[in-house]
Design a binder for this molecule. Structure first.
Ligand code: NDP
Length: 244
């Protein structure tokens, strides 16, 4: 039997891009996917499609900034399926800008979604996984977790944080819980839509010409989940071949 079939996978940010692609691929492999995001119209449509294709999917509105909503999301998954095998902490935003533009609201928003959102996933999921004696966190960082580029200081800082949190979690949780950090390079999604700064938008437009499909990142997520329980894939970096 596939190591993915029957697994319960809770996905934050499942309404577009990488989260949506992961939901599709995992459902095709027999996982029960639990979809969370703010745009529930998208989630409803995705869940209906997956079910119509023979998959198993449920969804609930989720804003990862609020820990109570994350707890409710995990409770929702537990109440329907009785277990949580994987929490995919994927939700993220990237409103890039030079620091001197002083877009404090956007800085704070990135910290809230990209760092606190992941921490909330851990806070809601870790007690459940400890009790179960199994589980896996997959946290989506970025190549921005390894190097900083102009206009991306705060975004990269949040992704360095995701990398640090993932490694710290891995060291602390012991042998029953797996921790995987996946770091994509430029990937086709809606991520750049939130950029309000003209200079950053222009840089990103050029940069995104070489983007790879979100399904490529979904393949890496699938790989990390389908390993046997004694194999813990800790880190995967995926870049477009065309990137330097
Ligand atoms: P998208 O913008 O397509 O997807 C982002 C997802 O996050 C959406 O489903 C969005 O749903 C959700 N989201 C945003 N804010 C919140 C929130 N407060 N609560 C819950 N969900 C939220 O971009 P990607 O698929 O590219 O992004 C997924 C992850 O991949 C992010 O962490 C991103 O940083 C990372 N990444 C992406 C790269 C790329 O080039 N695309 C490269 C490296 C990393 P909704 O708006 O409905 O809430």
């Amino acid at each position: 039997m596939s190591n993915v079939k029957g697994k319960v996978v809770a996905i934050t940010g499942a309404s577009s891009g990488i989260g949506e692609a992961a939901a599709r691929l995992l459902a095709q492999h027999g996982a029960h996917v639990v979809l969370g995001a703010r745009r529930t119209d998208r989630l409803e449509k995705l869940a209906s499609t997956l079910i119509a294709e023979g998959g198993s999917a449920i969804y609930q509105a989720l804003d990862v900034v609020h820990c109570d909503q994350m707890e409710s999301f995990i409770d929702f998954a537990l109440s329907r399926f009785g277990r949580i095998d994987v929490i995919l902490n994927n939700a993220g935003i990237m409103p890039l800008s030079p620091l001197e533009a002083l877009k404090l609201d956007e800085w704070n928003r990135m910290i809230d979604v990209n760092i606190r959102g992941v921490l909330h996933g851990i806070a809601a999921g870790l007690p459940v996984m400890k009790k179960q004696g199994f589980g896996q966190f997959i946290n989506i960082a970025s190549i921005g977790a390894y190097a900083v580029s102009p206009t991306a200081a705060v975004y990269c800082a949040t992704k360095y944080a995701v990398r640090a949190i993932s490694e710290g979690l891995r060291q602390e949780v012991g042998s029953d819980i797996r921790v995987t950090q996946i770091s994509p390079g430029v990937t086709d999604s809606e991520l750049a839509d939130s950029i309000s700064d003209d200079q950053a938008r222009q840089i990103m437009k050029e940069y995104r010409r070489i983007s790879i499909p979100a399904s490529s990142i979904a393949q890496a997520i699938l790989f990390a989940i389908e390993q046997p329980p004694e194999v813990d894939v800790n880190e995967i970096i995926i870049r477009p071949t065309a990137s330097s």
